[in-house]
Write a protein that binds this ligand. Structure first.
Ligand code: GAR
Length: 198
């Protein structure tokens, strides 16, 4: 059994996860990258890292259910046990949530429950918070609503921009996310009770 990472963009978290999994010899390997965009930068990183990558675009399917059914077949063919969302900008539906109950994690650049959804850093700057942060959480059917596993704060300085805040957030993410996954794989974190799509 192994791990898939889902990404839509640059893939810096994907790379950080793969590097850490190799350096620490995780009990399960990251063997698959899935993107929903053919131009995702994560695809170049997968090539360099020697990890299989597949792009499946939702617009090529008639419904979310049909899209996720194709994703599910791919995951099963590849013996995937865990899914790590890393900048995957889509809300998962019941097909994947029921097939992978509490087996899907996400990283989000805010101290949830503040600033859910897209543009979390812009939202934080616009609100004028002094502290922002990063959250790793279980994925349920909502937008960044699943139970929180771990968080780290980031000080917002007066001259911070979206770009500087993003650099700070990603620096934290690249350590926090792999650390959480390692704890999960070594039994130091337990999934919640019940099913996420109830
Ligand atoms: C990350 O900062 C992640 O927290 C954010 O997208 C970025 C992807 O960067 N995710 C979200 O905003 C999810 N709501 P990456 O492609 O370089 O890993």
């Amino acid at each position: 059994m192994s791990i898939a990472v889902f990404a839509s963009g640059d893939g810096s978290n994907f790379e950080a996860l793969v590097e850490r999994s190799r350096n620490l010899q995780w009990p399960q390997s990251i063997t698959l990258l899935v993107t929903d965009k053919a131009d995702a930068g994560a695809l170049d990183r997968a090539r360099k890292l020697g990890i299989s990558a597949v792009t499946i675009r939702p617009q090529d399917y008639e419904s979310k259910e049909a899209y996720e059914s194709v994703l599910l077949s791919l995951l099963r063919e590849n013996g995937i046990e865990w899914i790590l969302l890393a900048g995957f900008m889509r809300i998962l539906g019941p097909v994947l949530l029921k097939a992978y109950p509490w087996r899907i994690l996400n990283v989000h650049p805010s101290l949830l429950p503040a600033f859910r959804g897209k543009n979390a850093l812009e939202q934080a700057l616009a609100y004028g918070v002094r502290w922002s942060g990063v959250t790793v959480h279980w994925v349920d059917e909502g937008v960044d609503t699943g139970p929180i596993i771990d968080q780290k704060p980031i000080l917002v300085e007066p001259n911070d921009t979206v770009e500087t805040l993003q650099r700070k957030a990603q620096f934290v993410e690249h350590n926090l996310y792999p650390a959480v996954v390692y704890k999960l794989l070594t039994g130091k974190i337990q999934p919640p009770q019940g099913t996420p799509a109830d």
